[in-house]
Design a binder for this molecule. Structure first.
Ligand code: ADP
Ligand code: TZD
Ligand code: MG
Length: 573
Protein backbone atom coordinates (compact mmCIF):
# COMPACT_ATOMS: atom_id res chain seq x y z
CA UNK A 1 0.00 0.00 0.00
CA UNK A 2 1.31 3.39 -0.90
CA UNK A 3 0.17 6.81 0.18
CA UNK A 4 1.78 10.11 1.05
CA UNK A 5 2.53 9.20 4.66
CA UNK A 6 3.81 5.62 4.12
CA UNK A 7 6.99 4.62 2.35
CA UNK A 8 6.38 2.75 -0.92
CA UNK A 9 6.37 -1.04 -0.97
CA UNK A 10 9.90 -2.24 -1.66
CA UNK A 11 11.42 -5.42 -3.14
CA UNK A 12 14.94 -6.69 -2.48
CA UNK A 13 17.50 -8.43 -4.67
CA UNK A 14 16.66 -11.86 -3.25
CA UNK A 15 13.05 -11.59 -4.36
CA UNK A 16 13.91 -10.07 -7.71
CA UNK A 17 16.09 -13.11 -8.50
CA UNK A 18 13.35 -15.50 -7.42
CA UNK A 19 10.64 -13.62 -9.32
CA UNK A 20 12.80 -13.41 -12.45
CA UNK A 21 13.31 -17.19 -12.43
CA UNK A 22 9.66 -17.94 -11.72
CA UNK A 23 8.51 -15.54 -14.41
CA UNK A 24 10.46 -17.70 -16.84
CA UNK A 25 8.90 -20.94 -15.72
CA UNK A 26 11.84 -22.10 -13.63
CA UNK A 27 10.51 -23.86 -10.56
CA UNK A 28 13.50 -25.81 -9.20
CA UNK A 29 16.91 -24.89 -7.79
CA UNK A 30 19.69 -27.41 -7.11
CA UNK A 31 22.31 -26.08 -4.72
CA UNK A 32 24.22 -25.91 -1.46
CA UNK A 33 23.39 -23.07 0.98
CA UNK A 34 25.89 -20.75 2.70
CA UNK A 35 27.09 -17.13 2.65
CA UNK A 36 25.73 -15.16 0.81
CA UNK A 37 22.91 -17.25 -0.65
CA UNK A 38 21.43 -19.04 2.38
CA UNK A 39 18.46 -16.73 2.52
CA UNK A 40 17.99 -17.03 -1.22
CA UNK A 41 17.40 -20.78 -0.76
CA UNK A 42 15.00 -20.17 2.14
CA UNK A 43 13.07 -17.46 0.34
CA UNK A 44 12.88 -19.46 -2.89
CA UNK A 45 11.33 -22.33 -0.95
CA UNK A 46 8.97 -19.91 0.79
CA UNK A 47 7.96 -18.60 -2.63
CA UNK A 48 6.99 -22.09 -3.75
CA UNK A 49 10.09 -23.12 -5.66
CA UNK A 50 11.50 -26.61 -5.20
CA UNK A 51 14.92 -26.24 -3.59
CA UNK A 52 16.96 -29.44 -3.65
CA UNK A 53 19.86 -29.09 -1.26
CA UNK A 54 22.93 -31.23 -1.99
CA UNK A 55 26.03 -32.32 -0.07
CA UNK A 56 28.46 -31.03 -2.70
CA UNK A 57 28.04 -28.42 -5.44
CA UNK A 58 29.36 -30.62 -8.24
CA UNK A 59 26.36 -32.88 -7.88
CA UNK A 60 23.93 -29.96 -7.67
CA UNK A 61 25.52 -28.72 -10.90
CA UNK A 62 25.22 -32.12 -12.54
CA UNK A 63 21.58 -32.25 -11.50
CA UNK A 64 20.98 -28.85 -13.10
CA UNK A 65 22.63 -30.03 -16.31
CA UNK A 66 20.51 -33.20 -16.48
CA UNK A 67 17.36 -31.20 -15.74
CA UNK A 68 18.30 -28.91 -18.62
CA UNK A 69 18.77 -31.84 -20.99
CA UNK A 70 15.47 -33.41 -19.99
CA UNK A 71 13.28 -30.30 -20.02
CA UNK A 72 14.78 -27.81 -22.51
CA UNK A 73 14.73 -25.27 -19.67
CA UNK A 74 18.04 -24.26 -18.15
CA UNK A 75 18.65 -26.18 -14.93
CA UNK A 76 19.68 -23.88 -12.07
CA UNK A 77 22.59 -24.65 -9.76
CA UNK A 78 23.18 -22.31 -6.83
CA UNK A 79 26.43 -22.07 -4.88
CA UNK A 80 28.33 -19.91 -2.42
CA UNK A 81 31.44 -17.98 -3.42
CA UNK A 82 34.95 -19.20 -4.29
CA UNK A 83 35.11 -22.87 -3.15
CA UNK A 84 31.41 -23.56 -3.75
CA UNK A 85 31.66 -21.85 -7.11
CA UNK A 86 34.71 -23.91 -8.04
CA UNK A 87 32.97 -27.10 -6.95
CA UNK A 88 30.15 -26.26 -9.33
CA UNK A 89 32.42 -25.37 -12.20
CA UNK A 90 33.21 -28.91 -13.32
CA UNK A 91 29.50 -29.53 -13.83
CA UNK A 92 29.08 -26.22 -15.67
CA UNK A 93 31.91 -27.03 -18.02
CA UNK A 94 30.71 -30.59 -18.51
CA UNK A 95 27.23 -29.28 -19.34
CA UNK A 96 28.74 -26.93 -21.92
CA UNK A 97 30.77 -29.75 -23.43
CA UNK A 98 27.61 -31.85 -23.69
CA UNK A 99 25.47 -28.96 -25.05
CA UNK A 100 23.11 -29.10 -22.05
CA UNK A 101 21.51 -25.83 -20.94
CA UNK A 102 22.18 -24.84 -17.33
CA UNK A 103 22.89 -21.73 -15.30
CA UNK A 104 25.35 -21.75 -12.44
CA UNK A 105 24.39 -18.92 -10.10
CA UNK A 106 27.04 -18.17 -7.50
CA UNK A 107 27.11 -15.59 -4.77
CA UNK A 108 30.38 -13.69 -4.72
CA UNK A 109 32.34 -11.42 -2.42
CA UNK A 110 32.52 -7.63 -2.53
CA UNK A 111 33.89 -6.35 -5.82
CA UNK A 112 35.82 -3.49 -4.27
CA UNK A 113 37.69 -5.86 -1.96
CA UNK A 114 38.14 -8.65 -4.50
CA UNK A 115 39.56 -6.33 -7.15
CA UNK A 116 42.04 -4.80 -4.73
CA UNK A 117 42.85 -8.31 -3.46
CA UNK A 118 42.33 -7.25 0.10
CA UNK A 119 41.45 -10.70 1.33
CA UNK A 120 37.67 -10.84 1.56
CA UNK A 121 35.87 -13.91 2.88
CA UNK A 122 36.03 -16.47 0.03
CA UNK A 123 37.62 -13.93 -2.28
CA UNK A 124 37.84 -14.80 -5.96
CA UNK A 125 37.31 -13.13 -9.32
CA UNK A 126 34.71 -15.74 -10.26
CA UNK A 127 33.47 -14.12 -13.45
CA UNK A 128 36.93 -14.12 -15.00
CA UNK A 129 37.48 -17.75 -14.08
CA UNK A 130 34.12 -18.95 -15.37
CA UNK A 131 34.26 -17.10 -18.67
CA UNK A 132 36.54 -19.41 -20.68
CA UNK A 133 34.84 -22.51 -19.26
CA UNK A 134 31.25 -21.94 -20.31
CA UNK A 135 29.12 -20.53 -23.09
CA UNK A 136 28.53 -17.12 -21.53
CA UNK A 137 29.11 -15.39 -18.18
CA UNK A 138 27.40 -12.35 -16.68
CA UNK A 139 27.57 -10.32 -13.47
CA UNK A 140 24.78 -8.20 -12.05
CA UNK A 141 25.74 -5.25 -9.83
CA UNK A 142 22.43 -3.45 -9.42
CA UNK A 143 19.04 -4.76 -8.37
CA UNK A 144 17.36 -3.05 -11.31
CA UNK A 145 19.51 -5.19 -13.68
CA UNK A 146 18.54 -8.57 -12.21
CA UNK A 147 15.76 -9.03 -14.77
CA UNK A 148 18.13 -8.39 -17.64
CA UNK A 149 20.83 -10.60 -16.10
CA UNK A 150 18.50 -13.57 -15.69
CA UNK A 151 17.00 -13.07 -19.16
CA UNK A 152 20.43 -12.95 -20.78
CA UNK A 153 21.49 -16.05 -18.91
CA UNK A 154 18.39 -17.99 -20.00
CA UNK A 155 18.70 -16.92 -23.62
CA UNK A 156 22.41 -17.71 -23.72
CA UNK A 157 21.84 -21.17 -22.22
CA UNK A 158 19.02 -22.15 -24.61
CA UNK A 159 19.54 -20.41 -27.94
CA UNK A 160 21.58 -21.95 -30.74
CA UNK A 161 23.79 -24.70 -29.36
CA UNK A 162 22.70 -25.04 -25.73
CA UNK A 163 25.29 -24.79 -22.99
CA UNK A 164 26.29 -23.70 -19.52
CA UNK A 165 26.03 -20.08 -18.38
CA UNK A 166 27.54 -18.48 -15.31
CA UNK A 167 25.66 -15.75 -13.44
CA UNK A 168 27.65 -13.89 -10.78
CA UNK A 169 25.61 -12.27 -8.02
CA UNK A 170 27.72 -10.30 -5.49
CA UNK A 171 26.55 -10.42 -1.88
CA UNK A 172 25.63 -6.74 -1.81
CA UNK A 173 23.10 -7.20 -4.60
CA UNK A 174 20.74 -9.37 -2.55
CA UNK A 175 20.10 -6.71 0.08
CA UNK A 176 19.60 -3.87 -2.38
CA UNK A 177 16.03 -2.68 -2.54
CA UNK A 178 13.94 -0.84 -5.06
CA UNK A 179 10.35 0.20 -5.33
CA UNK A 180 8.30 -2.96 -5.89
CA UNK A 181 6.41 -1.75 -8.95
CA UNK A 182 9.57 -0.66 -10.71
CA UNK A 183 11.21 -3.93 -9.66
CA UNK A 184 8.42 -5.96 -11.18
CA UNK A 185 8.55 -3.89 -14.35
CA UNK A 186 12.29 -4.51 -14.64
CA UNK A 187 11.85 -8.29 -14.99
CA UNK A 188 11.87 -9.88 -18.44
CA UNK A 189 9.90 -12.89 -19.59
CA UNK A 190 12.06 -14.31 -22.33
CA UNK A 191 10.07 -14.73 -25.54
CA UNK A 192 11.04 -17.71 -27.71
CA UNK A 193 14.43 -18.42 -26.12
CA UNK A 194 15.31 -21.15 -28.63
CA UNK A 195 13.83 -19.93 -31.89
CA UNK A 196 13.38 -22.47 -34.64
CA UNK A 197 16.10 -22.22 -37.26
CA UNK A 198 14.73 -23.23 -40.62
CA UNK A 199 17.35 -24.72 -42.94
CA UNK A 200 17.94 -23.07 -46.29
CA UNK A 201 15.98 -24.90 -49.05
CA UNK A 202 19.06 -25.39 -51.23
CA UNK A 203 20.92 -27.05 -48.36
CA UNK A 204 17.96 -29.42 -47.90
CA UNK A 205 18.03 -30.25 -51.61
CA UNK A 206 21.78 -30.84 -51.54
CA UNK A 207 21.34 -33.29 -48.69
CA UNK A 208 18.47 -35.09 -50.42
CA UNK A 209 20.43 -35.41 -53.67
CA UNK A 210 23.32 -36.96 -51.81
CA UNK A 211 21.08 -39.39 -49.93
CA UNK A 212 19.26 -40.34 -53.13
CA UNK A 213 22.47 -41.44 -54.81
CA UNK A 214 23.67 -43.46 -51.82
CA UNK A 215 24.18 -47.20 -52.16
CA UNK A 216 25.05 -47.71 -48.49
CA UNK A 217 23.44 -44.94 -46.49
CA UNK A 218 23.50 -44.69 -42.70
CA UNK A 219 21.81 -42.38 -40.19
CA UNK A 220 23.68 -41.54 -37.00
CA UNK A 221 21.58 -40.13 -34.16
CA UNK A 222 23.31 -38.19 -31.37
CA UNK A 223 22.24 -36.71 -28.08
CA UNK A 224 21.48 -33.42 -29.85
CA UNK A 225 18.65 -35.31 -31.54
CA UNK A 226 17.44 -36.55 -28.16
CA UNK A 227 17.62 -33.05 -26.67
CA UNK A 228 15.67 -31.53 -29.57
CA UNK A 229 12.44 -33.40 -28.67
CA UNK A 230 11.68 -33.93 -32.36
CA UNK A 231 10.92 -37.59 -31.73
CA UNK A 232 8.13 -38.04 -34.28
CA UNK A 233 10.13 -36.29 -37.02
CA UNK A 234 13.13 -38.51 -36.35
CA UNK A 235 11.04 -41.65 -36.46
CA UNK A 236 9.52 -40.42 -39.74
CA UNK A 237 12.98 -39.79 -41.18
CA UNK A 238 14.19 -43.28 -40.31
CA UNK A 239 11.05 -45.07 -41.43
CA UNK A 240 10.33 -43.02 -44.56
CA UNK A 241 13.91 -43.31 -45.78
CA UNK A 242 14.27 -46.96 -44.82
CA UNK A 243 17.89 -46.19 -43.94
CA UNK A 244 19.55 -48.19 -41.13
CA UNK A 245 20.44 -46.06 -38.12
CA UNK A 246 22.90 -46.09 -35.27
CA UNK A 247 22.11 -44.28 -32.01
CA UNK A 248 24.90 -42.72 -29.96
CA UNK A 249 24.71 -43.61 -26.31
CA UNK A 250 22.23 -40.95 -25.14
CA UNK A 251 20.21 -41.18 -28.37
CA UNK A 252 19.30 -44.76 -27.52
CA UNK A 253 15.53 -45.06 -27.20
CA UNK A 254 14.73 -42.24 -29.66
CA UNK A 255 13.51 -45.29 -31.53
CA UNK A 256 13.31 -48.50 -29.49
CA UNK A 257 16.62 -50.36 -29.63
CA UNK A 258 14.61 -53.32 -30.91
CA UNK A 259 13.55 -51.36 -34.02
CA UNK A 260 13.97 -53.28 -37.26
CA UNK A 261 16.29 -50.65 -38.76
CA UNK A 262 18.66 -50.47 -35.80
CA UNK A 263 22.24 -51.23 -36.78
CA UNK A 264 23.61 -51.07 -33.23
CA UNK A 265 24.66 -54.70 -33.14
CA UNK A 266 26.48 -54.26 -36.46
CA UNK A 267 28.21 -51.00 -35.52
CA UNK A 268 31.71 -51.67 -36.77
CA UNK A 269 30.37 -53.03 -40.05
CA UNK A 270 28.19 -50.03 -40.87
CA UNK A 271 30.80 -47.45 -39.89
CA UNK A 272 33.39 -49.11 -42.06
CA UNK A 273 31.09 -49.69 -45.04
CA UNK A 274 28.64 -46.79 -45.29
CA UNK A 275 29.03 -44.50 -48.33
CA UNK A 276 26.76 -41.63 -47.22
CA UNK A 277 26.36 -40.86 -43.53
CA UNK A 278 23.68 -38.53 -42.21
CA UNK A 279 24.66 -37.12 -38.81
CA UNK A 280 21.71 -35.87 -36.77
CA UNK A 281 22.86 -33.95 -33.67
CA UNK A 282 26.07 -35.94 -33.32
CA UNK A 283 29.62 -34.59 -33.52
CA UNK A 284 32.45 -36.41 -35.26
CA UNK A 285 34.55 -36.34 -32.09
CA UNK A 286 36.55 -39.12 -30.41
CA UNK A 287 33.35 -41.08 -29.79
CA UNK A 288 33.10 -41.50 -33.56
CA UNK A 289 36.85 -41.84 -34.11
CA UNK A 290 36.82 -38.33 -35.66
CA UNK A 291 35.15 -39.69 -38.80
CA UNK A 292 38.35 -41.27 -40.07
CA UNK A 293 40.93 -44.01 -39.54
CA UNK A 294 40.42 -47.72 -39.14
CA UNK A 295 36.89 -47.45 -37.73
CA UNK A 296 35.79 -45.74 -40.93
CA UNK A 297 37.91 -47.94 -43.19
CA UNK A 298 36.72 -50.32 -45.83
CA UNK A 299 36.29 -49.79 -49.55
CA UNK A 300 34.30 -46.59 -49.19
CA UNK A 301 36.71 -44.65 -46.98
CA UNK A 302 38.00 -42.42 -49.76
CA UNK A 303 34.63 -41.63 -51.29
CA UNK A 304 32.42 -41.53 -48.21
CA UNK A 305 30.34 -38.39 -47.90
CA UNK A 306 28.74 -36.83 -44.87
CA UNK A 307 25.53 -34.89 -44.40
CA UNK A 308 25.47 -33.11 -41.05
CA UNK A 309 22.46 -31.60 -39.30
CA UNK A 310 23.51 -29.23 -36.53
CA UNK A 311 22.43 -25.94 -35.08
CA UNK A 312 26.03 -24.78 -34.75
CA UNK A 313 27.43 -23.82 -38.19
CA UNK A 314 31.01 -23.93 -36.91
CA UNK A 315 30.68 -27.63 -36.10
CA UNK A 316 30.78 -28.39 -39.81
CA UNK A 317 34.13 -29.64 -41.20
CA UNK A 318 35.51 -29.91 -37.66
CA UNK A 319 37.09 -33.28 -38.37
CA UNK A 320 36.43 -34.26 -41.98
CA UNK A 321 34.88 -32.51 -44.96
CA UNK A 322 31.10 -32.32 -44.77
CA UNK A 323 29.61 -32.53 -48.27
CA UNK A 324 26.14 -31.39 -47.26
CA UNK A 325 25.83 -29.24 -44.14
CA UNK A 326 22.27 -28.71 -42.94
CA UNK A 327 22.19 -25.86 -40.45
CA UNK A 328 19.12 -25.43 -38.34
CA UNK A 329 17.24 -26.97 -35.47
CA UNK A 330 16.82 -30.70 -35.72
CA UNK A 331 13.03 -30.64 -35.87
CA UNK A 332 13.00 -28.21 -38.79
CA UNK A 333 15.85 -29.91 -40.66
CA UNK A 334 14.52 -33.43 -40.25
CA UNK A 335 10.96 -32.50 -41.19
CA UNK A 336 12.26 -30.68 -44.27
CA UNK A 337 14.12 -33.83 -45.32
CA UNK A 338 11.06 -36.00 -44.76
CA UNK A 339 8.87 -33.60 -46.75
CA UNK A 340 11.44 -33.65 -49.56
CA UNK A 341 11.47 -37.44 -49.64
CA UNK A 342 7.79 -37.55 -50.45
CA UNK A 343 5.83 -40.77 -50.46
CA UNK A 344 7.74 -42.75 -53.08
CA UNK A 345 11.27 -42.40 -51.81
CA UNK A 346 13.34 -45.38 -52.95
CA UNK A 347 14.51 -47.49 -50.03
CA UNK A 348 18.23 -48.30 -49.80
CA UNK A 349 19.49 -51.33 -51.79
CA UNK A 350 18.53 -54.62 -50.20
CA UNK A 351 22.06 -56.01 -50.40
CA UNK A 352 23.17 -53.26 -47.99
CA UNK A 353 20.34 -53.53 -45.49
CA UNK A 354 20.30 -57.32 -45.77
CA UNK A 355 24.02 -57.58 -45.00
CA UNK A 356 23.61 -55.31 -41.97
CA UNK A 357 20.62 -57.07 -40.50
CA UNK A 358 22.16 -60.48 -41.03
CA UNK A 359 25.27 -59.45 -39.09
CA UNK A 360 23.17 -57.78 -36.45
CA UNK A 361 20.97 -60.80 -35.90
CA UNK A 362 23.98 -63.09 -35.69
CA UNK A 363 25.59 -60.83 -33.09
CA UNK A 364 22.36 -60.56 -31.13
CA UNK A 365 22.03 -64.34 -31.06
CA UNK A 366 25.61 -64.59 -29.79
CA UNK A 367 24.86 -62.02 -27.10
CA UNK A 368 21.66 -63.82 -26.08
CA UNK A 369 23.67 -66.98 -25.50
CA UNK A 370 26.15 -65.09 -23.30
CA UNK A 371 23.35 -63.38 -21.38
CA UNK A 372 21.72 -66.72 -20.66
CA UNK A 373 24.79 -67.98 -18.78
CA UNK A 374 24.86 -67.64 -15.04
CA UNK A 375 28.45 -67.85 -13.85
CA UNK A 376 29.38 -67.58 -10.20
CA UNK A 377 30.36 -64.97 -9.19
CA UNK A 378 28.19 -62.80 -11.44
CA UNK A 379 29.85 -61.10 -14.36
CA UNK A 380 28.80 -57.90 -16.14
CA UNK A 381 26.59 -59.85 -18.55
CA UNK A 382 24.60 -61.88 -16.07
CA UNK A 383 23.98 -58.86 -13.84
CA UNK A 384 23.09 -56.55 -16.72
CA UNK A 385 20.73 -59.16 -18.15
CA UNK A 386 18.56 -58.66 -15.07
CA UNK A 387 18.49 -54.89 -15.58
CA UNK A 388 17.85 -55.38 -19.29
CA UNK A 389 14.67 -57.32 -18.50
CA UNK A 390 13.50 -54.85 -15.87
CA UNK A 391 13.92 -51.91 -18.27
CA UNK A 392 12.04 -53.85 -20.93
CA UNK A 393 9.13 -54.19 -18.50
CA UNK A 394 9.45 -50.56 -17.32
CA UNK A 395 10.48 -48.61 -20.42
CA UNK A 396 9.58 -45.35 -18.68
CA UNK A 397 12.34 -45.84 -16.09
CA UNK A 398 15.37 -43.61 -16.49
CA UNK A 399 18.77 -45.25 -16.66
CA UNK A 400 21.81 -43.39 -15.39
CA UNK A 401 25.12 -45.04 -16.19
CA UNK A 402 28.80 -44.47 -15.40
CA UNK A 403 31.96 -46.51 -14.92
CA UNK A 404 34.28 -48.14 -17.45
CA UNK A 405 33.27 -51.76 -18.03
CA UNK A 406 30.01 -51.08 -16.22
CA UNK A 407 29.32 -48.29 -18.71
CA UNK A 408 30.41 -50.03 -21.87
CA UNK A 409 28.60 -53.30 -21.18
CA UNK A 410 25.42 -51.59 -19.97
CA UNK A 411 25.31 -49.38 -23.05
CA UNK A 412 25.26 -52.37 -25.36
CA UNK A 413 23.25 -54.81 -23.22
CA UNK A 414 20.47 -52.67 -21.75
CA UNK A 415 18.04 -51.79 -24.56
CA UNK A 416 16.21 -48.48 -24.30
CA UNK A 417 12.67 -48.03 -25.61
CA UNK A 418 11.78 -44.38 -25.08
CA UNK A 419 13.57 -41.09 -25.83
CA UNK A 420 15.71 -39.34 -23.18
CA UNK A 421 15.66 -42.26 -20.76
CA UNK A 422 19.42 -42.76 -20.76
CA UNK A 423 21.81 -40.33 -19.08
CA UNK A 424 25.50 -41.06 -18.93
CA UNK A 425 29.10 -39.85 -18.87
CA UNK A 426 28.62 -38.02 -22.18
CA UNK A 427 31.22 -36.34 -24.32
CA UNK A 428 33.97 -36.26 -21.70
CA UNK A 429 33.48 -39.71 -20.26
CA UNK A 430 33.37 -38.03 -16.88
CA UNK A 431 32.96 -39.95 -13.62
CA UNK A 432 30.81 -38.36 -10.93
CA UNK A 433 27.57 -37.60 -12.73
CA UNK A 434 25.76 -40.57 -11.19
CA UNK A 435 23.86 -39.29 -8.17
CA UNK A 436 23.38 -35.73 -9.50
CA UNK A 437 21.84 -36.98 -12.74
CA UNK A 438 19.74 -39.54 -10.82
CA UNK A 439 18.37 -36.94 -8.44
CA UNK A 440 17.49 -34.57 -11.28
CA UNK A 441 15.84 -37.34 -13.28
CA UNK A 442 13.68 -38.35 -10.32
CA UNK A 443 12.82 -34.75 -9.38
CA UNK A 444 12.02 -33.62 -12.91
CA UNK A 445 10.13 -36.68 -14.17
CA UNK A 446 8.88 -38.49 -11.06
CA UNK A 447 9.77 -41.75 -12.85
CA UNK A 448 11.82 -44.57 -11.34
CA UNK A 449 15.56 -44.14 -11.81
CA UNK A 450 18.00 -47.03 -12.14
CA UNK A 451 21.60 -45.91 -11.68
CA UNK A 452 24.04 -48.48 -13.04
CA UNK A 453 27.30 -47.56 -11.35
CA UNK A 454 30.84 -48.88 -11.37
CA UNK A 455 32.12 -49.04 -7.79
CA UNK A 456 34.73 -46.40 -8.59
CA UNK A 457 32.27 -44.22 -10.48
CA UNK A 458 29.78 -44.36 -7.62
CA UNK A 459 32.41 -43.13 -5.18
CA UNK A 460 32.61 -39.75 -6.88
CA UNK A 461 29.09 -38.80 -5.82
CA UNK A 462 28.24 -41.47 -3.24
CA UNK A 463 27.52 -39.07 -0.38
CA UNK A 464 24.45 -37.87 -2.27
CA UNK A 465 22.63 -41.07 -1.26
CA UNK A 466 21.76 -39.00 1.81
CA UNK A 467 20.13 -36.45 -0.50
CA UNK A 468 18.23 -39.25 -2.25
CA UNK A 469 16.96 -40.48 1.14
CA UNK A 470 16.19 -36.96 2.42
CA UNK A 471 13.91 -36.25 -0.52
CA UNK A 472 12.68 -39.85 -0.61
CA UNK A 473 13.39 -40.19 -4.33
CA UNK A 474 12.57 -43.32 -6.37
CA UNK A 475 16.22 -44.02 -7.16
CA UNK A 476 17.70 -47.50 -7.20
CA UNK A 477 21.48 -47.42 -7.32
CA UNK A 478 23.14 -50.63 -8.44
CA UNK A 479 26.84 -50.67 -7.63
CA UNK A 480 28.75 -53.08 -9.84
CA UNK A 481 31.24 -54.05 -7.19
CA UNK A 482 34.32 -55.60 -8.77
CA UNK A 483 36.64 -54.29 -6.04
CA UNK A 484 38.15 -51.55 -8.11
CA UNK A 485 38.77 -49.48 -11.19
CA UNK A 486 38.39 -51.81 -14.22
CA UNK A 487 39.21 -54.86 -12.10
CA UNK A 488 40.04 -55.78 -8.55
CA UNK A 489 43.09 -57.90 -9.09
CA UNK A 490 46.07 -55.57 -9.53
CA UNK A 491 48.91 -55.98 -7.05
CA UNK A 492 51.63 -53.68 -5.83
CA UNK A 493 54.70 -54.89 -7.76
CA UNK A 494 57.03 -53.97 -4.89
CA UNK A 495 55.18 -56.23 -2.47
CA UNK A 496 54.83 -53.20 -0.17
CA UNK A 497 51.93 -52.63 2.20
CA UNK A 498 50.02 -50.23 -0.07
CA UNK A 499 47.60 -51.91 -2.45
CA UNK A 500 47.71 -51.19 -6.21
CA UNK A 501 46.31 -47.81 -7.31
CA UNK A 502 43.32 -49.37 -9.06
CA UNK A 503 41.95 -51.56 -6.27
CA UNK A 504 39.62 -50.82 -3.37
CA UNK A 505 38.75 -52.49 -0.07
CA UNK A 506 37.70 -56.02 -0.93
CA UNK A 507 34.10 -57.10 -0.42
CA UNK A 508 32.96 -53.58 0.50
CA UNK A 509 29.27 -53.26 1.38
CA UNK A 510 28.04 -50.14 -0.39
CA UNK A 511 24.48 -51.12 0.55
CA UNK A 512 25.24 -50.10 4.13
CA UNK A 513 25.69 -46.52 2.95
CA UNK A 514 22.07 -46.36 1.88
CA UNK A 515 20.91 -48.03 5.11
CA UNK A 516 22.80 -45.41 7.11
CA UNK A 517 20.31 -42.79 5.93
CA UNK A 518 17.16 -44.86 6.17
CA UNK A 519 17.07 -46.20 2.62
CA UNK A 520 16.96 -49.84 1.58
CA UNK A 521 20.23 -51.72 1.20
CA UNK A 522 20.53 -55.05 -0.59
CA UNK A 523 23.45 -57.36 -1.22
CA UNK A 524 23.23 -59.42 -4.39
CA UNK A 525 25.58 -62.24 -5.34
CA UNK A 526 23.27 -63.91 -7.89
CA UNK A 527 21.03 -62.67 -10.70
CA UNK A 528 18.03 -63.90 -8.70
CA UNK A 529 18.98 -61.76 -5.69
CA UNK A 530 19.60 -58.78 -7.94
CA UNK A 531 16.27 -59.32 -9.68
CA UNK A 532 14.20 -59.46 -6.50
CA UNK A 533 15.93 -56.42 -4.95
CA UNK A 534 15.48 -54.38 -8.13
CA UNK A 535 11.85 -55.45 -8.57
CA UNK A 536 11.14 -54.45 -5.00
CA UNK A 537 12.87 -51.09 -5.43
CA UNK A 538 10.80 -50.29 -8.50
CA UNK A 539 7.63 -51.49 -6.82
CA UNK A 540 8.17 -49.53 -3.59
CA UNK A 541 9.79 -46.43 -5.07
CA UNK A 542 12.03 -46.35 -1.98
CA UNK A 543 15.63 -45.15 -2.16
CA UNK A 544 17.60 -48.36 -2.64
CA UNK A 545 21.21 -49.36 -3.13
CA UNK A 546 22.04 -52.84 -4.37
CA UNK A 547 25.61 -53.97 -3.88
CA UNK A 548 25.99 -56.31 -6.86
CA UNK A 549 29.04 -58.50 -6.46
CA UNK A 550 30.80 -58.84 -9.82
CA UNK A 551 33.70 -61.16 -10.64
CA UNK A 552 36.76 -59.02 -9.92
CA UNK A 553 38.60 -60.54 -12.88
CA UNK A 554 35.84 -59.89 -15.42
CA UNK A 555 36.65 -56.35 -16.60
CA UNK A 556 39.26 -55.05 -19.02
CA UNK A 557 41.57 -52.07 -18.62
CA UNK A 558 39.67 -48.86 -19.52
CA UNK A 559 36.62 -50.87 -20.65
CA UNK A 560 36.31 -50.49 -24.41
CA UNK A 561 38.64 -47.54 -24.84
CA UNK A 562 41.88 -49.31 -24.05
CA UNK A 563 43.32 -47.91 -27.27
CA UNK A 564 43.30 -44.38 -25.81
CA UNK A 565 45.57 -45.43 -22.94
CA UNK A 566 49.15 -44.33 -23.60
CA UNK A 567 51.61 -47.18 -23.25
CA UNK A 568 55.34 -46.91 -23.11
CA UNK A 569 57.68 -49.14 -25.04
CA UNK A 570 59.87 -48.90 -21.97
CA UNK A 571 57.12 -50.19 -19.66
CA UNK A 572 58.56 -52.89 -17.44
CA UNK A 573 56.87 -56.26 -17.38
P1 ADP B 1 26.73 -37.51 -29.26
O1 ADP B 1 27.76 -37.47 -28.15
O2 ADP B 1 25.49 -38.20 -28.88
O3 ADP B 1 27.33 -37.98 -30.54
P2 ADP B 1 27.17 -34.70 -29.45
O4 ADP B 1 27.05 -34.10 -28.09
O5 ADP B 1 28.54 -34.95 -29.95
O6 ADP B 1 26.26 -36.00 -29.52
O7 ADP B 1 26.46 -33.76 -30.51
C1 ADP B 1 25.32 -33.03 -30.24
C2 ADP B 1 25.19 -31.99 -31.32
O8 ADP B 1 23.81 -31.62 -31.41
C3 ADP B 1 25.96 -30.70 -31.06
O9 ADP B 1 26.86 -30.44 -32.11
C4 ADP B 1 24.89 -29.62 -30.94
O10 ADP B 1 25.27 -28.40 -31.53
C5 ADP B 1 23.73 -30.24 -31.68
N1 ADP B 1 22.41 -29.80 -31.23
C6 ADP B 1 21.95 -29.72 -29.96
N2 ADP B 1 20.68 -29.33 -29.93
C7 ADP B 1 20.31 -29.15 -31.23
C8 ADP B 1 19.10 -28.76 -31.88
N3 ADP B 1 18.00 -28.48 -31.19
N4 ADP B 1 19.10 -28.68 -33.22
C9 ADP B 1 20.22 -28.97 -33.94
N5 ADP B 1 21.37 -29.36 -33.39
C10 ADP B 1 21.42 -29.45 -32.05
N1 TZD C 1 38.10 -38.88 -12.99
C1 TZD C 1 37.06 -38.37 -13.69
C2 TZD C 1 36.37 -37.13 -13.21
N2 TZD C 1 36.64 -38.95 -14.80
C3 TZD C 1 37.26 -40.06 -15.27
N3 TZD C 1 36.81 -40.58 -16.40
C4 TZD C 1 38.32 -40.64 -14.54
C5 TZD C 1 38.71 -40.00 -13.40
C6 TZD C 1 39.06 -41.89 -15.00
N4 TZD C 1 38.19 -43.07 -14.95
C7 TZD C 1 37.57 -43.54 -16.08
O1 TZD C 1 37.66 -43.06 -17.22
S1 TZD C 1 36.57 -44.86 -15.70
C8 TZD C 1 36.98 -44.81 -14.07
C9 TZD C 1 37.88 -43.78 -13.82
C10 TZD C 1 38.41 -43.47 -12.47
C11 TZD C 1 36.39 -45.77 -13.09
C12 TZD C 1 36.24 -47.17 -13.62
O2 TZD C 1 35.97 -48.05 -12.57
P1 TZD C 1 34.51 -48.47 -12.19
O3 TZD C 1 34.05 -49.31 -13.45
O4 TZD C 1 34.57 -49.28 -10.97
O5 TZD C 1 33.63 -47.29 -12.12
P2 TZD C 1 34.49 -50.82 -13.85
O6 TZD C 1 33.20 -51.50 -14.08
O7 TZD C 1 35.24 -51.41 -12.69
O8 TZD C 1 35.31 -50.79 -15.09
MG1 MG D 1 34.78 -51.28 -10.72
Amino acid sequence: MTNDTQSPEMIDGFHLVIDALKLNGIDTIFGVPGIPITDLTRMAQAEGMRVISFRHEQHAGNAAAAAGFLTQKPGIALTVSAPGFLNGLTALTNATTNCFPMILISGSSEREIVDLQQGDYEEMDQLAIAKPLCKAAFRVLHAEDIGVGVARAIRAALSGRPGGVYLDLPAKLFAQTMEAGAGKASLIKVVDPAPRQIPAPDSVQRALDLLKGAKRPLILLGKGAAYAQADADIRALVETSGIPYLPMSMAKGLLPDTHGQSASAARSYVLAEADVVLLVGARLNWLLSHGKGKTWGGPNAATRQFIQIDIAPTEIDSNVAIAAPLIGDIGSCVSALVAGMGSNWAKPPADWTGAIYERRDKNLAKMAATLALSPSPMNFHSALNVIRNVVKARPDAIVVNEGANTLDFARSIVDMYEPRKRLDVGTWGIMGIGMGFSIAAAVVTGKPVIAIEGDSAFGFSGMEVETICRYNLPVCVIVFNNNGIYRGIDVNPTGGADVAPTVFVKNARYDKMMEAFGGVGAHATTPQELQSALDEAIRSGKPTLINAVIDETAGTESGRITSLNPTSAAKKK
